[in-house]
Design a protein around this ligand. Structure first.
Ligand SMILES: C[S@@+](CC[C@H](N)C(=O)[O-])C[C@H]1O[C@@H](n2cnc3c(N)ncnc32)[C@H](O)[C@@H]1O
Length: 349
């Protein structure tokens, strides 16, 4: 009887995942992906481009020993908070310290004045971000940073920072709710998402090419180069990425209207370097089962990617998943159908 309750709790755990509208997130097709992956025998799972962490969190809820990686630190902190972390939560007293401890910090208020948030909201962000440094436990800190990041994304029209001001403000509830209320609710959401699946999970924050970890099943979902859509994660999320690092080590490009910092370089998002990057990655993980998410209209083409995978794996299957991205480019606004992207899952054994 107790066993039954435990099993049900674990299955329901996935519904507690604090999702975001992260570009390229597999949130909407996670069950379709699982229908394919569940036939593979694996205890450990490596998510090399974890993004929103939805796939990793799902696998953690399926009892797998999960290793995540992403070069964005917003992804890393969320992963640290709810994938690697199995038991630590942020208490009400610590939340009070974050909200109430006075601070003279004014970096955000000065640098981002009149860009994304009001003066009062910027002051709130300065104070909370400074107070997060008073917390020393790495998991509590990761929960606080992730909650602040998610609060900013929810409060922001379209959840992105590629434009300034309040264009696209549709008055929806999340935009009317105060930043402080978003933050408090998000602390609860991240706390609730913490659980132990009985394995050791681990978060990494490296370039895929520098990651020296592998697993029984390696999942690759890189940012494909596509002439039709933007795949620059830093351009889209620079404000929250900067916030998560407290802008340490980042140089803001003062001439930009959005005050973004220089994008990280990814070999996957450029046509010239994508092919070599795939070869190197597949070679590195050739002793594991490899699953690759792939969208149509991308470079390498579907046939090219299939041929590259066959160089490293004897048995290659290609599964098609029907899926229409809700954003990623602007074409849906013009009513054309070029945003109808087909999703594929390649499996190499
Ligand atoms: C398509 S998204 C992954 C989406 C993820 N599967 C999900 O469901 O949310 C690609 C991710 O790769 C990361 N990325 C891009 N180039 C990278 C590199 N060279 N090394 C590590 N991460 C990289 C980006 O930050 C982005 O989060």
């Amino acid at each position: 009887m107790n066993n039954q309750i435990e099993i049900e709790e674990l299955v329901d755990q996935f519904t507690l995942f604090p999702g975001t509208r992260y570009m390229g997130s597999k949130n909407k097709i996670i069950y379709e992906i699982w229908e394919i992956l569940k036939h593979i025998e694996f205890d450990s799972f490596l998510d090399v481009f974890a993004g929103s962490n939805v796939v990793s969190y799902f696998m953690k809820a399926k009892d797998k020993a999960v290793i995540t990686n992403d070069f964005m630190s917003i992804s890393y902190y969320a992963s640290k908070a709810i994938v690697e972390n199995s038991s630590t939560i942020l208490t009400d007293d610590e939340l009070e310290l974050l909200l109430e401890s006075p601070s003279n910090e004014s970096f955000i208020s000065q640098t981002f004045k009149d860009l994304y948030f009001t003066d009062e909201e910027n002051k709130f962000l300065d104070q909370v971000r400074a107070n997060i440094e008073l917390i020393h436990n790495e998991y509590k800190k990761a929960i606080a940073i992730s909650a602040l990041v998610r609060a900013c994304m929810k409060k922001r029209p379209r959840g992105i920072f590629t434009f300034i001001g309040h264009r696209y403000d549709d008055g929806r509830k999340d935009i009317r709710k105060t930043l402080q209320d978003h933050f408090i609710d998000n602390i609860q959401d991240f706390n609730k998402a913490v659980f132990d699946n009985g394995t050791i999970c681990q978060a990494n924050n490296k370039l895929s090419q520098d990651l020296n970890k592998t697993a029984d099943l390696v999942y690759l979902d890189p940012p494909y180069y596509s002439p039709k859509s933007d795949n620059d994660y830093v351009r889209r999320y620079h404000f929250v990425e900067g916030l998560s690092k407290n802008w340490n080590g980042l140089e803001i490009q003062d001439h930009t209207i959005t005050k973004k910092f220089k994008s990280y370089q990814s070999p996957f998002s450029k046509r010239e370097s994508a092919y070599d990057a795939f070869h190197n990655l597949l070679k590195k993980h050739q002793n594991s089962v490899i699953a690759i998410s792939y969208s149509s209209n991308s470079i390498p083409t579907k046939e090219e990617l299939s041929n590259i995978l066959k160089e490293y794996k004897n048995d290659v299957e290609v599964h098609e998943i029907d899926h229409t991205y809700s954003f990623g480019n602007q074409n849906h606004k013009r009513g054309n159908k070029s945003n109808i992207v087909k999703e594929y899952l390649f499996i190499g054994r």
